[in-house]
Design a protein around this ligand. Structure first.
Ligand code: TYM
Length: 344
């Protein structure tokens, strides 16, 4: 006889995602995540976090951390996340994130974490010298999501494996504590041409905040001249753009630029190639740079305006933390009870 499948999760549909306050945000963060944060607002209850607990895995930066945290919150709002509807808050302000992460540390298995490619990439050959926090990063990410019983998580493709781990942790908690359907198995929302934006110089590396060369990425705060210069210097090849998607095979840098154009204009890759197929980069690159500048300039202007008034941002973040805590606290109380803690 086979066991009956566990009951499906029956709670509300909820979106959760987060970004680290490390360096400035770039086009990959925008197209892989932030643009989706905005689009999901009408459809779900949305909770967007600035994950400062995750940021300290990259080393201490106490003088800058609070300012960088506000900057990410400003980017959320400038891009179109509406704090009157969506919850915008800072991870460390809701202590339950750390508390649930500890419970999940006792659920997740070493072998699961040892398979995480992001840790391997960051640690390189020096795993034994990395902090335990960096190794544990994806467990805290699972706690972030499940503390709100979030069902949908908009992220870039590089987060796919971390989301699979969150699902494994949710499932094992539900099994170990005989709580079928207690935690949902969160669904990653990854699809679309913006899910994996590559480095402008090397189409095999992802666009990243940590690349030493600023020419490899477009920052959300770059002005029109800087964008034009970076796009013009982006690696391409001497051939014209292909007429169809198949023609992008083996041309990683070209595929990336076309993907950026498509994601930024919210059109399909096929549609973009219908317009630019057969044309050279002398036509396509200026069109791409102009599109980027036109879309990013209002965001950068609004970010500057918001950053000039930290008190107003702090008010939004404290109210966001109160709203987040109001959802998290009863869920954490239930976890404490399931686990059997004294006083729960
Ligand atoms: P972070 O700050 O490194 O990245 C923030 C988001 O940007 C996406 N991203 C990209 N998308 C497309 N192309 C790229 N080149 C690119 N680079 C970055 C990331 O996939 C991410 O969605 N671990 C998370 C932060 C986090 C989180 C969470 C996310 C902590 N807790 C809970 C969701 C739910 C991260 O990668 O942050």
């Amino acid at each position: 006889m086979t066991d009956a499948p566990p009951p499906p999760y029956a709670g509300p549909q909820r979106v959760f995602s987060g970004m680290q306050p490390t360096n400035g945000l770039h086009l990959g963060n925008y197209l892989g995540a932030l643009q989706k944060f905005v689009a999901l607002q009408g459809k779900y209850e949305c909770i967007y976090c600035v994950v400062d607990l995750h940021a300290i895995t990259a080393g201490p930066d106490p003088k800058e951390l609070a300012a960088k945290t506000r900057e990410v919150a400003a980017a959320y709002i400038a891009a179109g996340v509406d704090p009157a509807h969506s919850i915008i808050f800072v991870q460390s302000a809701v202590r339950e994130h750390s508390e649930l992460a500890w419970v999940f540390n006792c659920i997740a298995r070493m072998g699961w974490l040892e398979r995480m490619t992001q840790f391997k990439d960051k640690a390189g050959k020096h795993a034994e010298r990395m902090s335990v926090g960096l190794f544990d990063y994806p467990v805290l990410q699972a706690a972030d999501i499940l503390l709100y019983k979030a069902t949908h998580v908009p992220v870039g493709e590089d987060q796919k494996q971390h989301l699979e781990l969150s699902r494994d942790i949710a499932q094992k908690f539900n099994n170990d504590y005989e709580a079928p359907g207690f935690f949902p198995l969160p669904e990653p929302l990854i699809q679309g041409p913006g899910a994996r934006i590559m480095n402008l110089r090397e189409g095999t590396k992802k666009m990243s905040k940590s690349d030493p060369s600023d020419m490899t990425r477009i920052n959300l705060t770059d002005d029109a001249d800087t964008i034009m210069n970076k796009v013009k210097k982006a690696t391409t090849d001497p051939l014209p753009l292909p007429e169809t998607k198949e023609g992008l095979a083996g041309r990683a840098e070209v595929e990336n630029l076309v993907g950026i154009y498509a994601a930024m204009s919210e059109r399909s890759v096929d549609d973009v190639l219908l317009e630019f197929g057969g044309k050279g980069f002398g036509v396509f690159k200026p069109a791409l740079a102009e599109l980027l500048a036109a879309k990013l300039a209002p965001i950068a202007t609004e970010m500057r305006r918001l950053n000039a008034d930290p008190a107003a941002l702090d008010a939004i973040l404290s109210s966001g933390a109160d709203r987040a805590r109001a959802i998290a606290a009863p869920i954490m109380a239930e976890v404490r009870e399931r686990v059997g803690f004294w006083g729960a």
